[in-house]
Design a protein around this ligand. Structure first.
Ligand SMILES: *Cc1c(COP(=O)(O)O)cnc(C)c1O
Length: 394
């Protein structure tokens, strides 16, 4: 309830005050970790009428209610549900909206495992997927069919960072009563608020920046009024549940999201500008760079850029790229991102594109810029480029 009065407050204040209700927790700032299945009812009448706030562990508990309330406030949502991973948040949202015979539009640069879900489970359920060029704006309407039920967005795109024209796509979709879902893991609601741009369902891998410490996996689905009932029903029917320890870690991460994102942004921009000037680099994909093809859209809709970017090396051998990455001391090789640490990962978009063509000849390397000192990170990369050049020369 209190969260509602916070809606007009700056996000920074909101992050520290949303769903903080000490009077409900014996004065302790944070909610307790409520572990449990059975919730006791005082008598049969109370059971029959279901008249108490918590009735069964899987449905709700004070720990998860606090996180849902905080996310809803931040997203400007009617309600939020929690899923055990970012991927289950994407798939649950799709299943909530699409059924047998429906058609779904998905950007070509979507997170790979969502694509896999569409090709397997969704196809088996007779949900047909068409991939579209993420750079399409109003042109996406050309792909609408009478049975198109939903448009999925992810901006920037995974690995290749295409920026989508979110308000234009939502406008043309809504004209045809098509639901718009958006994966907003990269920006978080601090840097982009999908629901304000007309999106019906805002999805996040809270595993990434919200958790922020690479120690937890969780997904959130925040809904505008018109999608809330369908999403909460599907979530309930599938029996989705996240344990209270994980919820607590994510709630804790949320409190420091603003300061962490500011540092990720500052360092990523410094490194992106430096990479752009580097002779071993042919292209840098980071929407905050004026050279990025989606920069104007990014500037119009986003309030910031986070710490994930990619770049293409000048033509070089796979061995040279491996030597560059293997020798990095401060960048870890691994999936995911959004934690405090820097990461480096070679990516091949070719295997995951059907509506667009990846024509770069160099190697694509994705970097997550962590919270380390930015000069230390650049020195590490600089040595990496030396290894790349030395091997390429032979
Ligand atoms: C990582 C990621 C996910 C999946 O999150 P998990 O918690 O790893 O399941 C979904 N979407 C995007 C854009 C991601 O980067």
């Amino acid at each position: 309830m209190e969260a509602k009065c916070l809606k007009k407050i700056n996000d920074r204040t909101l992050l520290t005050h949303a769903a903080v209700n000490p009077s409900e927790h014996h004065g302790f700032i944070n909610p307790a970790i409520f572990r449990g299945s059975t919730v006791a009812f005082p008598n049969v009448a109370a059971l029959a009428e279901g008249r108490q706030p918590y009735r069964y562990g899987r449905w709700d508990n004070p720990t998860s209610t606090a996180l849902c309330e905080a996310i809803s406030t931040l997203e400007g949502a009617t309600g939020t549900v929690l899923c055990p991973s970012g991927l289950t948040a994407c798939t649950t949202a799709i299943l909530a909206i699409c059924g047998a015979g429906d058609h779904l539009l998905v950007p070509d640069s979507v997170y790979g495992p969502v694509r896999y879900f569409c090709a397997t489970v969704a196809r088996r359920m007779d949900i047909e997927t068409t991939y579209y060029d993420p750079r399409d704006g109003a042109g996406i309407a050309n792909l609408f069919q009478p049975n198109t039920r939903a448009v999925f967005l992810e901006s920037p795109g995974s690995g290749t960072f295409e920026i989508q024209d979110v308000p234009t796509i939502t406008a043309v979709a809504h004209e045809c009563d098509i639901c718009v879902l958006m994966d907003n893991s990269w920006a978080t609601p601090l840097f982009l608020k999908p629901l304000e741009l007309g999106v019906d369902i805002s999805i996040m891998a809270a595993t990434k920046y919200i958790g922020g410490h690479s120690d937890v996996m969780l997904g959130t689905i925040a809904c505008a009024p018109r999608a809330w009932e369908q999403v909460s029903d599907m979530h309930f029917q599938l029996g989705q549940f996240v344990g209270p320890d994980d919820v607590t870690l994510v709630l804790r991460g949320l409190r420091t999201l603003d300061v962490r994102l500011q540092r990720h942004q500052e360092s990523a921009l410094t490194i992106a500008r430096w990479l752009e000037q580097h002779p071993e680099v042919s292209r840098v994909f980071y929407p905050a760079l004026p050279s990025h093809p989606g920069h104007a859209l990014w500037q119009r809709d986003f309030r910031g850029a986070s710490g994930l970017l990619s770049f293409v090396t000048r033509s070089s051998s796979s061995n040279a790229v491996a030597a560059m990455i293997d020798g990095l001391k401060l960048f870890t090789i691994g999936y995911s991102w959004g934690g405090f640490e820097s990461l480096a990962l070679p990516v091949d978009p070719r295997s995951m594109r059907t509506a667009t063509q990846w024509t770069e000849t160099g190697h694509l390397i994705r970097l997550h810029i962590g919270l380390e000192d930015v000069d230390d990170l650049m020195a590490d990369l600089k040595e990496g480029f030396n290894r790349l050049r030395n091997i390429s020369d032979y």
